[in-house]
Write a protein that binds this ligand. Structure first.
Ligand code: NDP
Length: 330
C-alpha cells in the first residue's frame, strides 16, 4: 500500500525531491469504517500554497505526512451502514492507494453517463468554481465580452464555454498555439491569445476585445491580470480566482498600481474561494450536468497513469503540460 508524503517545503518551483513515496500495510476497516481504494486523484495548483508553512483558508500540509486532494475512490469493504462494497465516492482524501475512512465528508457518486474522473473536474470543484465564480461575481449579461486566462486549463475551459452559453463574446489567454486552437475550435471561444508569444499582452487583449472587457475571469494573476484590468470597461467585473503565475514566488511580487484605474471606471475586483459558497454546490452541479447532457458543455482531461506519477503530474501544471483537468489514474 503506497502513499506519498511531503518531504521538504519547496523553495520556489517545487521538484520531485520535495515528495517521497512510502509503503505500509493495507489498513483494515474498524466498526463504522470503510476501506477505500483510490481510483483517480486530482492535482491542483492551489496545493502549492498548502506546501508553505503559513496560515490560509486551509491548513498547511505537515512534513512527512500524506498529502491530500480530491480523490475518487471505490469502497472495497464496508463496516458502515451508509456505504456498500462497490460504491464510488469522492472527497478530500490522502494520496494513498488504500485508506480507511469513517465516511464523513465523502460524497457518494451517483453513476450516470459521465466518467468517474469527471467528478474531479467538470462535475466536481473545477466545474463548480467556473460556474459559481461567473454567477456570483461575473454576473454575465448577453452580448458582453468575457476574457479568461488559463483558458485551456480545467477551470478556464469551462468558464469560456459558459460564456458562450450565455451569449457573450469570449476571448481566452493560454500558453501555446495548440491550446489556442483547442479553445477556439473545440470549445467555440471567439478568439485566443498565446501569452507566451505575445510581445505586448495589453495590446493583444485590446485587439482581441475591440469593445473592451466586461468580465475578466483571472486564473493566473501577475502581469496578465494587470494587462486585462487595463482593458476593462466601466462597471467591469474581475473574478480573482487564482494566481498560478505567482504561486512559486519566494518574495511578494510587485506590479502596477491599478487603483486609480479601478475607481475611475467603477470596476469591481473580487476574490473568489469556491469553498465559501458550499450551499450553492448542488444547484451548480445540477446546471452543469444538464448542460453536459444537452451537449452544450464539453470537457477535456489530461489523464496520467500510475499512483507514483502524482507528484510529477502536479509539477507539470506549472509547465502547462495539461489541457483541461489534470487527473492521475491510480
Ligand atoms: P489548470 O488546469 O488551469 O492548470 C494550470 C494551468 O496554468 C497550466 O495548464 C498553465 O497553462 C497555466 N500556467 C502555469 N504557469 C503559468 C504562468 N506562470 N502564467 C500563466 N499561466 C500559467 O488549473 P485549474 O483549472 O485547476 O486552476 C486554475 C486556477 O484556478 C489556479 O490559479 C487555481 O489555483 C485556481 N482555482 C481556484 C479555486 C478557488 O476556489 N478560488 C478553485 C479551483 C482553482 P498555460 O499553458 O496556458 O500556461
Amino acid at each position: 500500500n503506497k502513499y506519498i508524503v511531503l518531504k521538504n517545503r519547496p523553495k520556489g518551483k517545487p521538484s520531485l525531491n520535495d515528495f517521497e513515496t512510502k509503503e505500509t500495510e493495507k489498513p483494515q476497516p474498524g466498526e463504522g469504517d470503510i476501506l477505500l481504494k483510490a481510483l483517480y486523484v486530482s492535482v491542483d495548483p492551489y496545493l502549492r500554497g498548502r506546501m508553505r508553512d503559513q496560515k490560509s483558508y486551509i491548513p498547511p500540509f505537515k512534513l512527512d505526512e500524506p498529502i491530500e486532494s480530491m480523490v475518487v475512490a471505490e469502497v472495497e469493504d464496508s463496516k458502515n451502514k451508509n456505504f456498500s462494497k462497490g460504491d464510488f465516492v469522492s472527497g478530500m482524501l490522502d494520496w494513498k492507494e488504500y485508506q480507511v475512512s469513517d465516511g464523513k465528508g465523502l460524497n457518494k457518486i451517483k453513476k450516470n453517463n459521465a466518467a468517474l474522473s469527471a467528478f474531479l473536474g467538470i462535475l466536481g470543484l473545477t466545474g463548480i468554481t467556473a460556474y459559481l465564480g461567473l454567477e456570483k461575481i461575473g454576473k454575465l449579461k448577453e452580448g458582453e465580452t468575457l476574457l479568461v486566462s488559463g483558458a485551456a486549463g480545467a477551470v478556464g475551459s469551462i468558464v469560456g464555454q459558459i460564456g458562450k452559453i450565455k451569449g457573450c463574446k469570449v476571448v481566452g489567454i493560454a500558453g501555446s498555439d495548440e491550446k489556442i486552437k483547442k479553445i477556439t475550435e473545440d470549445f467555440q471561444f471567439d478568439e485566443g491569445i498565446n501569452y507566451k508569444a505575445a510581445e505586448n499582452i495589453q495590446e493583444e487583449i485590446k485587439k482581441a476585445c475591440p469593445n473592451g472587457v466586461d468580465v475578466y475571469f483571472d486564473n493566473v494573476g501577475g502581469e496578465i491580470l494587470d494587462a486585462a484590468v487595463l482593458n476593462m470597461n466601466k462597471f467591469g467585473r474581475v473574478i480573482n480566482c487564482g494566481a498560478i503565475s505567482i504561486y512559486n514566488a519566494e518574495e511578494q511580487p510587485t506590479g502596477l498600481r491599478l487603483e486609480p484605474f479601478l475607481f475611475k471606471n467603477s470596476i469591481i475586483m473580487q476574490g473568489f474561494t469556491v469553498r465559501d459558497y458550499a450551499e450553492d454546490f448542488q444547484p451548480a452541479i445540477r446546471q452543469l450536468s444538464e448542460w453536459l447532457k444537452e451537449d452544450k458543455l464539453r470537457y477535456e482531461e489530461t489523464i496520467v497513469e500510475g499512483f507514483e506519477e502524482i507528484p510529477q503530474a502536479f509539477l507539470d501544471l506549472f509547465e502547462g503540460k495539461n489541457k483541461g483537468k489534470m487527473v492521475v489514474k491510480v
